[in-house]
Design a protein around this ligand. Sequence first.
Ligand code: DX5
Ligand code: ZN
Length: 219
Amino acid sequence: MSAPARISASILAADFARLGDQIQLVEESGCDEIHFDVMDGHFVPAISFGVVVLESIRDLTSLPIDVHMMVTEPGRFAVQFADAGADIFTVHAEACSDLSATVADIVEGGMRPGISINPSTETSAVNRYTASVDRFLVMSVEPGFGGQSLMPEVLPKIEELRSAARHSGSEIEIAVDGGVKVENSAAVLSAGADTLISGTGIFNYPDGMAAAVRQIKSL
Ligand code: DX5
Ligand code: ZN
């Protein structure tokens, strides 16, 4: 049997009036990581939150925090987010004019680098990075908003990235982000993902987040 799925809670779906309690709920529900969506109103249409919010939650949790930068030229902010306590810093291939230099900046800042691709971006744009980053993040919705439906047509990209990784001897993590719910988790995992990023799917699960996490981890 393979290891249980790693679950990363996207706090974009949290109630920000009581963010501290929501972080505690994420921990108590058995999530493995916090997913922190940064949007700049340029790479994506919406604006979300940034470094000051990360600073205020950092001391509330020992879970790793993955900062998902939906931001044009995200390398500009690597030092600030590293100083605020980001563990993983995931950038979009489409947003970087020099992706290799951006990855180098992330490593230099002491964070684990991740690369994300939009639904329309082919894996050939990033598979040469299998040995130099810790995570690929496959977007299963157009980035910019929570609560959209997963696009099943992106799932074959996971296996393509997995096989590129095998080829280079890398044990990279492959995460899927967007529309992941209890009901479609089995399909996402059997496509080869090991990390499921979920916002509304776990925050709004009718039986509560802990039940959602338990069900996904039992798959
Ligand atoms: C979308 C974000 C996602 C989003 C996921 O642009 O990158 O992380 O919060 O939310 P759900 O799980 O509700 O689709
Ligand atoms: Zn995200």
